[in-house]
Design a protein around this ligand. Structure first.
Ligand SMILES: [Zn+2]
Length: 138
């Protein structure tokens, strides 16, 4: 994750992935331990009434709340962490599953891409291509 002078930043890396820690809590609380059940539950969240992206982690509230402790470690690191967290939320936005980004407000957002659908996979590959192009890998 090139951020500061193209150096790797743990703050940036952790900020970009930490929001998905709520998936682990959801998997554990609904006892989803098989691969098939996981894929099915992620694809059809509404059918199972499971929301993998919780209001606590997939929200601006989650970004702010988890950035505050980082401020005591490094102000610059906290900025990287917070921005990476927000980018994570923006990249999750196009997915069709329900998200409550503005928690504690009740407003819910949904994107247009069905999880694991062809358009979502193509979108992901395009983003990966853009990422690798940006870091001059190709
Ligand atoms: Zn996410």
């Amino acid at each position: 994750m090139p951020v500061n002078n193209s150096e790797f930043s743990w703050f940036w890396f952790i900020g970009s992935v930490i929001a998905d820690i709520d998936h682990l809590f959801v998997l554990y609380s609904y006892k989803i331990f098989s691969w098939d059940k996981l894929i099915d539950a992620i694809k059809f969240e509404d059918k199972y009434r499971i929301h993998f992206k919780t209001k606590y982690m997939h929200s601006i509230f989650g970004a702010v709340a988890t950035t505050i402790p980082i401020l005591f470690i490094s102000r610059e690191g906290a900025l990287y962490y917070f921005v990476a967290y927000l980018i994570h939320l923006v990249l999750d936005w196009p997915d069709i599953d329900e998200k409550q980004y503005f928690y504690p407000f009740k407003k819910k957002v949904r994107g247009f891409l069905t999880i694991f659908s062809k358009p979502e996979i193509i979108f992901t590959i395009l983003l990966l291509g853009f990422y690798f192009y940006q870091i001059n890998l190709f």
